[in-house]
Design a protein around this ligand. Structure first.
Ligand code: AMP
Length: 213
């Protein structure tokens, strides 16, 4: 199955993408994680994209499409995948449609909807594992031991772009550039919308049902 998670920053896409990929037994990628990994490793791509991530604006389509098409076309993804954070613009969605056309296209686009003030609250309290990228929230889903990842023991940190001034820009960019994809995928008949405001398990159940519907 080929599945996309669509929704604003802070909607819980990363958490839910991991659960869905486990349930389906397929691989998963988050474009933001791939960019951050390149920045950490100081690759050529990392140096090219660093300032975009710091400013909370989108990396140019050309770079993003090249990175994600090379991930999607790898043999590990042949049985399907879950994508989180890509596509984020209409040209990215069109590139993905073209790449997948021969294999029948996307099976589902799960649109996780969360109100704006809740997104700001979630992002302000979010901490990420430096090693495995598992997200935590200071009050809603704290780690068992402060500052340490439950899954791998890695150190937790707050992303620079989760600080309030950059969060506002990321949300503006989302509504201008990415939300129009909801109509694109609705027209294709693959979109399912889910209320993302509940507890992680409840949203997970709604998504599991939306996958089967
Ligand atoms: P995320 O971890 O999904 O919130 O992404 C963090 C940052 O990575 C974004 O603010 C963008 O700068 C960049 N990014 C991630 N995915 C994309 C994408 N599909 N297109 C352009 N930029 C992206």
């Amino acid at each position: 199955m080929k599945v996309i998670l669509l929704g604003p920053p802070g909607a819980g896409k990363g958490t839910q993408a991991a659960r869905i990929a486990d349930e389906l037994g397929v691989t998963r990628a988050a474009s933001g994680d791939l960019f951050r990994e390149n920045i950490r490793n100081e690759t050529e791509l990392g140096l090219q994209v660093k300032s975009y991530l710091e400013d909370g604006v989108l990396v140019p389509d050309e770079l993003t499409i090249r990175l994600m098409m090379s991930w999607i076309s790898a043999p590990e993804q042949a049985d399907g995948f879950v994508l989180d954070g890509f596509p984020r613009t209409l040209p990215q969605a069109q590139a993905l449609d073209g790449e997948l056309a021969a294999g029948g296209g996307l099976d589902r686009v799960l649109y996780v909807n969360v109100a704006n003030d809740e997104l700001v609250r979630r992002l302000a309290g979010r901490f990420i594992c430096q090693s495995c990228q598992t997200p935590y929230h200071a009050s809603a889903s704290p780690p068992k031991e402060a500052g340490k990842c439950d899954a791998c023991g890695g150190a937790l940190y707050q992303r620079n772009d989760d600080k309030p001034d950059v969060v506002k820009r990321r949300l503006d960019v989302y509504f201008a550039e990415t939300e129009p994809l909801v109509d694109h995928y609705r027209a294709a008949g693959v979109l399912r919308e889910v209320d993302g405001e509940g507890a992680v398990g409840d949203v997970g159940n709604l998504l599991a049902r939306a996958l089967r519907s």
